[in-house]
Write a protein that binds this ligand. Structure first.
Ligand code: PLP
Length: 380
């Protein structure tokens, strides 16, 4: 059987323990047995989010959670601040546009991050803004902003801070409450090692007040209904029962390893990947100072067809990296450090990258990337 190694920033590999949990016979969702699963899933998520406030389980991809944030917090005509420095930041603007919310866009060069000062200035220019939307790990470019500093800047304003942590949760730390993040959105198919199908949305008291005052139209993603249901340990509609059952198992496995240990593990894999790709002449795409450990984005060398590179790796060797999105299509490759991956997965990915780059005519010493990565991985 051909290898199918996913080194992509979602979906990620589903480890055997979670495949087994997903394969259990279905149970009914309006039962005490399932309520036990909801309870444990939410408790585990609260620990991972580092929040004592509500976390809702929505059955959708991560973007459904983002949509829920926009359509519950805001009303048509409201003003909100978005940051565009990558594909996922742009999604916040698009969602605002879809709901008649006026997005006041802070433009950031792709590969860089918004600073707390820039956010503060953007708010001063738009003091009527009711929300600030940012991204924990901008998966299209490989950067992470200083969320704690941005939270500090937003907390004194009437605006809520909304963070897309879809690719970051479980891979790098987020301290929802102490960083003053009012709403944090995540999904099942990235750091949590599950199939796509669940979104998670946290809401602070400041966010709850805004949700109660919004006059936007909403139905499936109505967080007022999610809150009412959660008070009874229930969900408004039939949830992705199987994925919630597996989520309990995923959170248990992660907690067993230790969340802090996991963050260090991914940081080590990222460091090895950065060293390995640099050693074969590939340049990091994002600015070094704001690079996330969630994924590594490197530039495709001039003269090499980036699309063909990732296609050959996938179709001939069964190893999947992500290519570039939007204006970066064909220009970068992205290697994820999330979910069920260890150092040998990283080395396998690098070995394949070396092989295909070599075949495509990129000049470097075969094995140099692996040697550099091994050096990092063997540091005490
Ligand atoms: C993957 C991702 C999303 C989109 O999630 P879907 O589950 O595809 O809807 C949004 N934001 C970020 C930062 C992501 O990495």
């Amino acid at each position: 059987m051909k290898r199918n190694l996913l080194l992509t920033p979602g979906p990620t590999q589903v480890p055997p323990e979670l495949c087994a949990a997903l394969g259990r016979p279905i149970i009914h969702h309006r039962t005490p047995q399932f309520q036990e699963n909801i309870k444990q899933a939410v408790e585990g998520l609260k620990e991972l989010f580092q929040t004592k406030h509500d976390v809702y389980l929505l059955t959708s991809s991560g973007t459904g959670g983002m949509e829920a944030a926009v359509c519950n917090l805001l009303s048509p005509g409201d003003v909100a601040i978005t940051v565009e420095g990558g594909k996922f930041g742009e999604r916040w603007t698009e969602l605002c546009n879809a709901y008649g919310v006026q997005a006041r866009v802070l433009k950031v060069e792709w590969g860089k991050v918004p600073t707390a000062d820039q956010i503060k200035a953007q708010w001063k220019a738009n003091p009527q803004a009711k929300a600030v939307f940012i991204t924990l790990a901008e998966t299209s470019t490989g950067v992470t902003p200083d969320v704690a500093a941005i939270g500090e800047a937003v907390k004194g304003t009437p605006a809520v801070l909304v963070v897309d942590a879809i690719s970051g949760l479980g891979v790098q730390e987020i301290k929802t409450d102490s960083w003053h993040c009012d709403v944090v959105v995540a999904g099942s198919q990235k750091g949590l090692m599950l199939p796509p199908g669940l979104a998670f949305v946290s809401a602070s008291p400041k966010a709850q007040a805004l949700i109660a005052s919004s006059n936007n139209r909403r139905y499936y993603f109505d967080l007022r209904e999610a809150k009412k249901a959660m008070e009874k340990i229930d969900t408004p509609f039939t949830p992705a029962i199987g994925i919630i059952i597996a989520l309990v198992e995923s959170l248990r496995l992660m907690k067993e390893r230790g969340f802090d240990h996991l963050f260090k593990h991914y940081a080590r894999l990222a460091k090895a990947t950065r060293a390995g790709t640099k050693a074969i002449g590939l340049e990091l795409f994002p600015q070094e100072s704001c690079t996330t450990n969630v994924l590594t984005a490197v530039k495709v060398p001039t003269g090499i067809d980036g699309e063909k590179l990732t296609k050959t790796m996938r179709d001939t060797h069964g190893i999947t990296f992500a290519g570039g999105q939007g204006p970066l299509k064909g220009k970068v490759i992205r290697m994820a450090h999330m979910g069920a991956l260890d150092e040998y997965d990283v080395l396998t990915g690098l070995a394949c990258l070396e092989k295909v780059l070599h075949e495509m005519g990129h000049k470097f010493e075969l094995g140099a990337g692996l040697a550099a990565a091994q050096k990092v991985l063997n540091q005490k």
